[in-house]
Design a protein around this ligand. Sequence first.
Ligand SMILES: Cc1cc2nc3c(=O)[nH]c(=O)nc-3n(C[C@H](O)[C@H](O)[C@H](O)COP(=O)(O)OP(=O)(O)OC[C@H]3O[C@@H](n4cnc5c(N)ncnc54)[C@H](O)[C@@H]3O)c2cc1C
Length: 469
Amino acid sequence: MTSSLSPVHVIGGGLAGSEAAWALANAGVSVVLHEMRPVRMTEAHQTEKFAELVCSNSFRSDDWTGNAVGLLHAELRRAGSLVMACGDRAQVPAGSALAVDRELFSDAVTEALTRHPLIEIAREEIAGLPPPDWDSVILATGPLTSPALADAIRAKTGEDSLAFFDAIAPIVDADSIDFDIAWRQSRYDKEGPGGDKAAYVNCPMDQAQYEAFIAALNAAPKTEFKEWEKNTPYFEGCLPIEVMAERGPETLRFGPMKPVGLADPRIGKRPYAVVQLRQDNKLGTLFNIVGFQTKLKYGAQEEVFRMIPGLQNARFARLGGIHRNTFLNSPKLLDAALRLKAEPRLRFAGQVTGVEGYVESAAMGLLAGRFAAAERLGRAPLAPPPTTALGALVAHVTGGHMGDGKGSFQPMNVNFGLFPEIEAPTHDAEGKRLKGVDRSKAKKRAMAERALRDIEAWLEETKLEPASR
Ligand SMILES: Cc1cc2nc3c(=O)[nH]c(=O)nc-3n(C[C@H](O)[C@H](O)[C@H](O)COP(=O)(O)OP(=O)(O)OC[C@H]3O[C@@H](n4cnc5c(N)ncnc54)[C@H](O)[C@@H]3O)c2cc1C
């Protein structure tokens, strides 16, 4: 199969670049996908596979009626997303979340891209601005964009890219968890897409154990930051546990260690605090400690995390770590079709645009791919309506939420707060008056139903037919 159209160059074969290449190729546009691994690795990637998941193995909630990321899953599936198709095939149990076996997932993405006749793969670092004869380029180089390319972008945009920290949570061997203490249960026994209600492993703490744990966290040695990292702000959604512990003794008990919706079978009630672990691979041999991103020194991590009841003999397959994240001041620099205003042949996608998370990054890749394909096919790149999860995200990134003049641009996970308001239903289908939580649930469902209607209309309107094959 060939295309008469000149290729679009996609730089970076992560979540966004893989999705962008797929969208382009399936519209009949040829692609050169430039990925620097394994020639040059990043601080976090460990393989040369496309769409490698560098930390958690979760795509988060799969509930499209009650959670905006679940809705984004649903929209991406309708739009032919490669990441969602491979994610669904590699699913492992995770309550109401969609979690995947990371190896099976990346293998599936790699195979699909490698086999596509319109995708040429170049294993090389693009170490500066792309050559002038590349007339359409998607930069999807992620939070760990190589320094040479990051410097060139900074020089071009005249903006200092903001940086913040993202962190890796530790992973333990399942057979080293003590199940005389730990038990399996999903919060509120909520059933996940795989039909399971007991996807998480829970380690309980009483008050004395919790207080001792917080004291140990506060006293433990932390990794020193490099000079250039010292004044970098944290992203609130991904705070290291020791930073949360420093904010007050109760912070963790209302954060990743909250015990709500869980009952310890040994005491028949909710414990004082709970540490949760989630399955990390298909075999079920590895579990990650949920929300336990950390910059404690490695030795200290083993010591402090073995204070968690049930993990006293834990073997750690991987310890936690901390990394810098690079992203653009996109509302200022990018237009509505994700093009650099100062040089429109360059388009950005993925986390570097200021979204946060695997699914959001893939979503921005899908959009960038569709926009670039539309241009190649002689059409205008049309953004999805802001009533959809895809549209709400791209509106956030390209300035939709800068109008209030408050604060600087911050990376964002998709959430219902980014969507235009909708009138909350006042009564349910049986005519019963809705109040409080029930009304708020009904409002989210109404937003989600509106989003799916609107995304289907947008997909129909922007259908990308291959020009020549
Ligand atoms: C340490 C860490 C932990 C994280 N944990 C989570 C998490 O638990 N959950 C979550 O949802 N998100 C997490 N993230 C964010 C995660 O990176 C993104 O959600 C997602 O991977 C971003 O997708 P992307 O395609 O934008 O970038 P990536 O997936 O990082 O892909 C970028 C690709 O570009 C390549 N590249 C970089 N520079 C060049 C160059 N100059 N030339 C050629 N190729 C290049 C890289 O090798 C890489 O393959 C984490 C990020 C980091 C750094």
